[in-house]
Write a protein that binds this ligand. Structure first.
Ligand SMILES: C[S@@+](CC[C@H](N)C(=O)[O-])C[C@H]1O[C@@H](n2cnc3c(N)ncnc32)[C@H](O)[C@@H]1O
Length: 219
């Protein structure tokens, strides 16, 4: 999401502080994974906030670095989302992070469209345990790919943030909210507990494991 309304940045900063503080206080270890990183605004904010609070998450930037993919799927339809929009090269992204004081060994970039880069066959390191997933890839199909990738990597007490949760197509359900509903509505393991809402656009959830432990009930 790129448009700004007056309080958006302050709201986002408050949101990031709350999440990293909760993770720190509850001792929830893991990585930060951002799906959709154009501009490095949210990514560098997460890096600064994690460091300030002392959480120490490693940060993963997962993006095509070529902008939005093209899609004929009506569930991706939105007047603001056009193929190739929001392209920022991987090297420009890395430069922006370094320029804002993010240490090079604190983050890893995973370039490519998710249909390739998140597939099981894709080479290279990937996050294994994600305690804070920030999904900002706009499209329904991109979000679905990100959430399916995250499924086995989320952890109890972690946070899933959907930056465009309240972006709708004019005529039908679409985008990030639709993908999240599909993946989590009847999920056998993870339950989403509504957490903070920020700006006009974003909604986050705490991830709860329905299984309470050996011999315990499944809630
Ligand atoms: C709204 S921008 C992200 C903005 C960023 N989080 C910020 O505000 O600092 C959306 C990003 O999602 C990426 N994206 C969307 N669908 C993708 C896909 N299927 N594979 C890889 N990247 C994708 C685009 O390249 C773009 O950089």
């Amino acid at each position: 999401m790129q448009l700004f309304y007056q309080d958006e940045q302050a709201d986002l900063e408050r949101f990031m502080r709350r999440v990293f503080y909760m993770l720190f206080y509850n001792n929830i270890a893991g990585d930060y994974a951002e799906f959709g990183c154009h501009g490095a605004r949210t990514f560098t904010l997460a890096a600064r906030t994690s460091q300030m609070i002392g959480h120490g998450a490693h940060l993963w930037a997962l993006d095509s670095f070529e902008g939005l993919p093209s899609s004929g799927d009506p569930r991706d339809q939105h007047s603001g989302w056009t193929p190739g929009a929001m392209a920022m090269s991987e090297s420009a992204f890395i430069e922006a992070c370094l320029a804002q004081g993010v240490e090079r060994d604190a983050f890893t970039t995973v370039p490519g469209f998710y249909s390739d880069s998140l597939s099981a066959a894709a080479p290279g390191p990937r996050p294994e345990r994600v305690c804070f997933a920030y999904v900002d890839c706009d499209l329904y199909t991109s979000t679905l790919e990100a959430l399916r990738f995250l499924d086995g990597r989320l952890c109890h007490g972690g946070v899933l943030a959907l930056d465009d949760y309240y972006c709708y197509s004019e005529t039908h359900p679409s985008g990030e909210r639709l993908a999240a509903l599909e993946v989590f509505e009847d999920h056998p393991r993870w339950r989403l507990v509504p957490y903070h809402h920020w700006g006009w656009n974003g909604q986050s959830f705490v991830i709860e494991d329905r299984f309470t432990g050996p011999g315990g009930p499944t809630l």
